[in-house]
Design a protein around this ligand. Structure first.
Ligand code: HEC
Ligand code: HEC
Length: 289
């Protein structure tokens, strides 16, 4: 283009000199500020691509000279969170169970930690709300097989019940019919007596006969009157709470064939701090003593 461009007489603006069939193009350049902003973004983009992970490649991507990665950030954050948690776990380790319950902050931490450990390790048997089911005791109520004090609960969790631990809580009721100790008829009578303990017997004569058998075979564990024994993990037979069902048929089944429920030992599998937090959590569910 030679010389100065023609000025359009109608708008008073310079033209670019381009012309198509007599139609001329006005020269309306972009505003400076827009152009500079645009150029700045181009420079920024190039710089960003060099500094940060940016370009996908087969089997990977350019890592960027700063070496940043979102995974690295997460790892750093997790490390920070673990360090913050460790402070609490150290306090749990250093405080006895009663002391944890007395310190509101520590108590909240323990209950939260216990709840999450319960969801992972215990809920499959005891239910997510620890309400239990047939054969798996409800941990919300104040009916305890082995005791509801903090130390009792901690011990049950640590060593288990009829578990493979050498220290396990252990007491096995015989399978009276299977082992040939009682006949089916004797068991039916003793079941009638057991029903009478919660006021549900319908056959007084059978219950009377069963009472004699109970005195010979059952009081050693279930005690006089069937009130049970926590040292022996023998359930109270006079209340409305039944681990294996309280109908006559359930009771006959239990006494004839035994049950021997198994609760795994958790010492060694879970840290002592986790077992403490689980203890505080279970104790706080409502039935703790
Ligand atoms: C494999 C199933 C199973 C798992 C998993 C399990 N339990 Fe148990 N738990 C049982 C059974 C069965 C009993 C009752 C045993 C008996 O007959 O005395 C029991 C009993 C208990 C008791 C004693 C209750 C009482 O009345 O004295 C406590 C406390 C307890 N469990 C807590 C836990 C905690 C906490 C966990 C998780 C760390 C857990 N259990 C995981 C099956 C299980
Ligand atoms: C060696 C101790 C021992 C003796 C003796 C014993 N029991 Fe038991 N009994 C237990 C234990 C421990 C349990 C807990 C259930 C288990 O085995 O998991 C139990 C559970 C029961 C239950 C189930 C309770 C429930 O909540 O579902 C009944 C019913 C029962 N026994 C009746 C009897 C009768 C009747 C006799 C006598 C013929 C007897 N027991 C003798 C220890 C004993």
């Amino acid at each position: 283009m030679a010389g100065k461009n023609e000025v359009d007489s109608h708008s008073g603006m310079e033209t670019t000199g381009h012309e198509w069939d007599g139609i001329k193009e006005l020269n309306t350049p972009l505003p400076r500020w827009w152009l500079w902003t645009f150029l700045a973004t181009v420079v920024w983009a190039v710089g960003y691509m060099i500094a940060m992970p940016a370009v996908p490649l087969p089997g990977g991507f350019t890592k960027g000279v700063l070496g940043w990665s979102s995974r690295g950030t997460v790892a750093a954050e997790l490390k920070e969170a673990a360090a913050a948690q460790q402070v609490w776990l150290d306090r749990i380790a250093a405080t006895d169970l009663a002391g944890i319950e007395k310190d509101p902050e520590l108590f909240n931490f323990a209950v939260a930690g216990g709840r999450s450990a319960f969801g992972v390790n215990c809920a499959q048997c005891h239910g997510s709300g620890a309400a239990g089911s047939k054969g798996y005791p409800n941990l919300n109520d104040d009916d305890w097989l082995w005791g509801g004090k903090l130390e009792d609960i901690q011990h049950s969790i640590a060593v288990g019940i009829r578990s493979t631990s050498p220290d396990t809580r252990n007491n096995v009721m015989a399978a009276y019919v299977k082992d040939g100790i009682l006949t089916g008829a004797e068991v039916a009578d003793v079941a009638e007596y057991v029903l009478s303990l919660s006021g549900r017997s319908t056959d007084a004569a059978a219950a009377e006969r069963g009472k004699v058998t109970f005195g010979e075979q059952c009081v050693a564990c279930h005690q006089e009157g069937g009130v049970g024994s926590r040292e022996l993990g023998a359930p109270n037979l006079t209340d409305a709470v039944w681990l294996y069902g309280g109908t006559k048929a359930d009771i006959i089944q239990t006494v004839s064939y035994g049950r021997a429920g198994v609760m795994p030992a958790w010492a060694g599998k879970l840290s002592p701090e986790t077992i403490k937090m689980l203890t505080v959590y279970v104790h706080a569910l409502g039935g703790g003593e």
